[in-house]
Design a binder for this molecule. Structure first.
Ligand code: T3D
Length: 259
């Protein structure tokens, strides 16, 4: 049987492909567990970047609704959020290395918000993002109500979530919801080149940068200035910082080790 998640090791980085293409890579428990395991494994220092993408024509259609349709009696959806979606978002944000997302096709429901939790999001020109939740009577989850207002403002976030209208990749990029739109047939080459590049960069410095940005949403300017001071202190003690400065002074390319 095909694995629900394909894990491909590259030199210093890992590519994770959601692999339930006939359901547009919707999440069932097996996929949640496989992705959680793969992200745990990616915490190893040998891995310096992660690329997340989907197999087939979709990126991810969120929760697999066929798992929900046959349920007898009321479901406790809070339990799945607690057990799977929230830990997934915390894992992506907390991973001490960049997570690149290549949105190869439609990203709906939790599938869209998982993409927005990643550090750098590239999308195929044909991709669409849909806050599909309201169509079935649910609330946006996986951090959507946190990320979207911050990325695109309340008015756009609110309408997208209340109307569940699809948003094309180009508009998503114009609005600042994602980093870049790439032609469909070039997406994976670009995304892999980006992940491979990030895997050669000062990983600890990038992790500390990620920590600063993660905290910025809830901090006052004073708190954020203090945090920057603390994180800079840590960055300044890394061998990669020494190497970066040395290479600059010697007018040569740096050779970072991720330490
Ligand atoms: O339950 C909890 O634990 C709470 C957590 C909730 C998190 C959530 O993500 S809730 C939101 C769930 N997702 C959705 O509501 C999206 C449902 N899907 C769609 O609206 C559409 O499929 C898309 C807009 C994403 C794509 O449309 P289209 O026309 O390109 O494709 P399609 O024909 O609808 O889908 C292709 C196949 O994938 C189809 O199967 P078939 O007919 O070929 O056998 C379709 O049923 C299947 N599929 C798509 N999304 C899901 C799915 N099957 C199960 N679950 C899905 N989410």
């Amino acid at each position: 049987e095909q694995a629900v998640l394909s894990v491909t090791d590259h030199a210093g980085w890992v590519e994770l492909t959601l692999n339930r293409p006939d359901r547009l890579n919707a999440f069932n428990e097996a996929l949640h567990k496989a992705l959680a395991d793969a992200l745990e494994a990616a915490a190893d220092d040998a891995c310096r970047a992660v690329l997340l993408t989907g197999a087939g024509r979709g990126f991810c259609a969120g929760q697999d609704l066929s798992d929900r349709a046959n349920a007898e009696g009321p479901l406790d959806l809070g339990a799945t959020i607690e057990a799977y979606y929230n830990p997934l978002i915390r894992r992506i944000r907390g991973l001490k290395k960049p997570v690149v997302c290549a949105v190869n096709g439609v990203a709906a429901g939790a599938g869209a918000n998982i993409a927005f939790a990643c550090d750098i999001v590239l999308a195929a020109r044909s991709a669409k993002f849909i806050q599909a939740f309201s169509k079935i009577g649910l609330v946006p989850d996986s951090g959507g109500t946190y990320f979207l207002p911050r990325l695109i403002g309340d008015a756009r976030a609110r309408a997208l979530m209340l109307l569940a209208e699809p948003l094309g990749a180009e508009t998503a990029a114009e609005w600042g919801l994602i980093w870049k739109v790439i032609d469909d047939d070039a997406l994976m080459d670009e995304a892999r080149a980006l992940a491979a590049h990030l895997a050669t960069q000062p990983t600890q410095g990038l992790a500390l940068t990620k920590a600063a940005l993660n905290a910025s949403g809830g901090n006052s300017l004073d708190d954020q200035l203090d945090l920057e001071r603390d994180l800079q202190r840590e960055a300044g003690r890394t061998p990669d910082y020494r190497e970066g400065v040395k290479a600059f002074m010697e007018k040569r390319a740096p050779s970072f080790t991720g330490r």
